[in-house]
Write a protein that binds this ligand. Structure first.
Ligand code: HPA
Length: 274
């Protein structure tokens, strides 16, 4: 057994009694979107700092707890706050919560984030369904001895984002009348925002949105054969595409404004995943 798997098992063992529902869907809430968890039927919560050996986020606006409960009748575990590579954690740390949620029983991973739009057709406040990703600017979370118990050494990444879940999201967006852009998400390390030429680079590479999370989580989840879907909230346009300089407060402000629409979209999508 690899050290990473042993750590994961110990971590899971230490919280097993506190996992109050067997989740079907694991939902990760991005910057400014964390309030969603407060509105579901909560059964219990578990602060990250109560979990032995668990990485705890330091970013303001990120709460840092698992919420167990139900979205209508669908059992879920929600990560209210994630950990980021730019905080100084190893990739093994960053994806540990994702691996734990799979051990709790989650089959579907629903990823959300705030991201910068690099596609000129996007506007702040848009939602973008992630159809593919570019993760090569951060180390793969699968580097190191393969954790055979989780997945294979060389996992296929043809469909990281499950085509059926993508179709479900399209239908939900149509039925609710909530516009949904589609595109490729590119992960950079951060924590600095991009320079104008880095934004241009992202566009040339085929990205539509850029952010500092998510893609590594999707790689780890795809390794475990979870079904994945993701939505970026386009909180701002990439640096150089708009007049004013970027700030984290702008990211949070946009996320706050779109929160009600976001909530509807997420809820209906999860209900239809049952
Ligand atoms: N760049 C990177 N990450 C982000 C951005 C951005 O413009 N907005 C929100 N997260």
């Amino acid at each position: 057994m690899t050290a990473a798997y042993e750590r994961l098992k110990n971590c899971y063992g230490s919280i097993q009694d506190k996992v109050s529902v067997r989740p079907k869907v694991a939902l990760v809430l991005g910057s400014g979107l964390g309030d969603y968890a407060d509105g579901i039927r909560i059964v219990s919560t578990l602060d990250y700092h109560e979990i032995n050996g668990f990485p705890v986020s330091t970013v303001s606006g990120h709460k840092g707890r698992f919420v167990f409960g139900y979205v209508e009748d669908v059992p879920v575990v929600i990560m209210q706050g994630r950990v980021h590579y730019y905080e100084g954690y190893s990739m093994e740390d960053v994806v540990l919560p994702i691996r734990l949620m799979k051990m709790m029983g989650a089959e579907i991973l629903f990823l959300t984030n705030a991201a910068g739009g690099v596609n000129y057709n996007f506007h702040p406040g848009d939602f973008m369904m992630i159809t593919d990703q570019i993760s090569d600017f951060v180390p793969s979370p699968l580097i190191g001895p393969n954790i055979e118990e989780l997945g294979e050494r060389f996992p296929d990444m043809s469909h990281i984002y499950d085509p059926e879940l993508c179709q479900l999201l399209r239908e939900v967006s149509r039925d609710l009348g909530i516009a949904l852009q589609e595109g490729t998400y590119l992960q950079l390390t951060g924590p600095n925002f991009e320079s104008p030429h880095e934004v241009k680079m992202c566009r040339i590479l085929g990205a539509d949105a850029v952010g500092m999370s998510t893609a590594c989580e999707a790689v780890a989840a795809n390794h475990m054969k979870m079904r994945i879907c993701g939505i970026s909230c386009i909180s701002n346009l990439g640096c150089g595409m708009a007049e004013q300089p970027l700030s984290h407060s702008e990211v949070k402000e946009t996320a706050d404004q779109v929160a009600p629409r976001f909530k509807k979209l997420i809820t209906e999508a999860i209900v239809r995943m049952a």
